[in-house]
Design a protein around this ligand. Structure first.
Ligand code: ATP
Ligand code: MG
Length: 557
């Protein structure tokens, strides 16, 4: 999984088609065909990168097609979010976005042709009867008593279905294949059902709707797709895909190639289950930064570059597997390492007063914006008598190997001075509210006195100029063991997956717009969230600094 292969099995298939001149002019035309019934998730990101990536690699084309054969409500919102997600990942589809519903008329006409060829018939059996007649793995199916209607009768009944003469479920159109086929999918599958429902694009024009197995190959064929890439669960459907296109008049037919779905530890990849999290109010919406949706991942602060790198690294598999979330986080850190400016932000502040520092003095200390990127420049960070450090960086009774601040001990404040803790101030309840310290005026960073070494180096924020900042820290919504099982999400969700802290940032944070990503020194990567209002930043922790993936990799090696 680690090494990058220049070509995977799908590319091998495409290369073979090019060598055999299966498609004119070596053309490659893929498509990404989401059903607009929810927001896209990390698995769809994989499919997008794969389909659009192939389009780019072979100088071909990639369509965006909404598989809207199921009339449902609220689809417009999903259509827009899907377009936004594809573009955010850095891809642009060929021409206009397509909709399977645009082809309803062509699909209808082609179904009439199949009837004329004796390859489709109208069936009066109920859906329960159809199921019962289908047989199972060990038992061949039974033919419907309506299977041998004349072409004329079938054409008439099919037209009447379309004209609204029948109620929901009263009649269906079925492919006439083989009720004894070993592949159960080939036992006269249903092509059309009667459904008196309003459609978001076609309105009330239709009361019959094609099923996915029929609509999908037809849509591919109409759009002149060459390689129709889908997930493994459709492998058994491939013979049917080809069967439906046998009479298709064009010379070139699309072909279906299957690959394994992407699963990621701690992430649920099912639109239906994700919708449930939204509807149950377990998360704040589809774009909650804990969600494995592309919009959640975006708001969390992950970059499209990191996501594309991740999809590239995991490659294309023929067997289902689960990728560790640590790899995705590794890709995010790799991408942000050089890009993200560093800031000092104290997440859980503890006040420090430097008793020997003049009250009316404030210094501006030069600090590099990103030690990994010399181009990023230097900023000036204010320093004064009253400061904040991280509460966790002080221990009144330090444990062994605690090299941070403790009574009588010294630490260096990053890019500033060495300080010593002289006194601990507590409130009536015994809680520590302030540390009274003294600083060593000769120890300033960047001067000869900075040579004096102490063990701990702490980040800090100057009290007078500190910017109150809401920091949102996330844990996984589900533990890796909990992702796969079928318990209701509310039963297994991690209640502690969001922690909100009243942090204090250095004033430079106010100069950056929403969406800016930082490394907060010693605390991880953060992004300015859309909930930010003027002067009141809200930040999400994108990912911590520790690379868990390196550890996982070492264990596996
Ligand atoms: P869901 O169950 O979440 O709705 P789906 O497969 O029904 O998933 P579609 O909107 O039909 O969702 O999928 C659009 C495309 O994305 C399809 O080609 C599908 O195969 C692909 N896809 C969906 N989930 C994954 C996944 N986990 N890994 C890779 N590709 C996926
Ligand atoms: Mg689906």
């Amino acid at each position: 999984m680690e090494e990058r292969k220049s070509s995977n099995f799908i590319e091998n298939e495409i290369n073979a088609d090019i060598a055999d001149e299966v498609y004119a002019d070596q053309r490659v035309h893929t498509r990404f065909p989401p059903e607009p019934n929810g927001y896209l998730h990390i698995g769809h990101a994989k499919s997008i990168c794969l389909n659009f990536g192939l389009g780019e690699k072979y100088h071909g084309k990639t369509n965006l097609r909404f598989d809207d054969t199921n009339p449902t409500k609220e689809e417009a919102e999903y259509v827009e979010s899907i377009k936004e997600d594809v573009r955010w990942l850095g891809f642009e589809w060929e021409g206009e976005a397509h909709f399977a519903s645009d082809y309803f008329e062509q699909m209808y006409t082609y179904a009439q042709q199949l009837i004329r060829e004796g390859k489709a018939y109208v069936d009066d059996l109920s859906s329960e009867e159809i199921k019962a007649y289908r047989g199972d793995f060990n038992t061949p199916g039974k033919e419907s008593p309506w299977r041998n209607r004349s072409v004329e009768e079938n054409l008439r009944l099919f037209a009447e279905m379309r004209d609204g003469k029948y109620g929901d479920g009263e009649k269906v159109l079925r492919a006439k294949i083989d009720m004894a086929a070993p592949n159960i999918i080939m036992r006269d599958p249903v092509m059309y059902r009667v459904l008196h429902a309003h459609h978001h694009r076609t309105g009330d024009r239709w009361c019959i709707y094609p099923l996915y197995d029929y609509a999908h190959p037809l849509s591919d064929a109409i759009e002149n797709i060459t390689h129709s890439i889908c997930t493994l669960e459709f492998e058994d459907h491939r013979p049917l895909y080809n069967w439906f296109l046998e009479s298709w008049p064009a010379k070139e037919h699309p072909r279906q190639i299957e690959f394994a779905r992407l699963n990621v530890t701690t992430m649920i990849t099912s639109k239906r289950k994700l919708r449930r999290l939204v509807e149950a109010g377990i998360v704040s919406g589809w774009d909650d930064p804990r969600m494995p949706t592309i919009s959640g991942i975006r708001r969390r602060g992950y970059t499209p570059e990191a996501l594309r790198d991740f999809c590239e690294r995991i490659g294309v598999a023929k067997n289902d597997s689960t990728v560790d979330i640590g790899l995705l986080e590794f890709c995010v850190r790799e991408d942000l390492k050089t890009k993200a400016p560093r800031l000092m932000t104290v997440l859980e502040p503890l006040k420090v007063v430097l008793t020997n520092y003049p009250a009316d003095r404030q210094e501006l200390l030069p600090v590099e914006n990103n030690p990994d990127d010399p181009q990023a420049g230097v900023r000036e960070v204010p320093f004064g008598r009253e400061l904040y450090i991280e509460r966790a960086d002080f221990m009144e009774e330090p444990v062994k190997k605690f090299f941070r601040l403790a009574p009588g001990k010294e630490v260096r404040l990053k890019n500033a001075y060495i300080i010593r803790c002289d006194e601990v101030v507590k409130d009536a309840s015994g809680e520590i509210v302030e540390l009274r310290c003294s600083y060593d005026p000769d120890s300033k960073s960047g001067t000869p006195g900075s040579q004096r070494k102490v063990k701990g180096v702490l980040h800090w924020v100057n009290a007078a100029t500190a910017v109150p900042t809401e920091a949102r820290l996330y844990e996984y919504l589900f533990s890796p063991e909990d992702t796969a099982d079928d318990r209701a999400p509310e039963e297994k969700v991690n209640e502690a997956s969001l922690r909100v802290l009243a942090a204090l940032a250095e004033p430079a944070i106010l100069e950056y717009p929403v969406g800016t990503r930082f490394q907060f020194m010693r605390q991880g990567y953060f992004v300015i969230d859309t909930d930010t209002t003027a002067g009141h930043p809200v930040v999400n922790r994108i990912v911590g600094l520790r690379d868990t993936w390196a550890k996982i990799r070492a264990q596996k090696a």
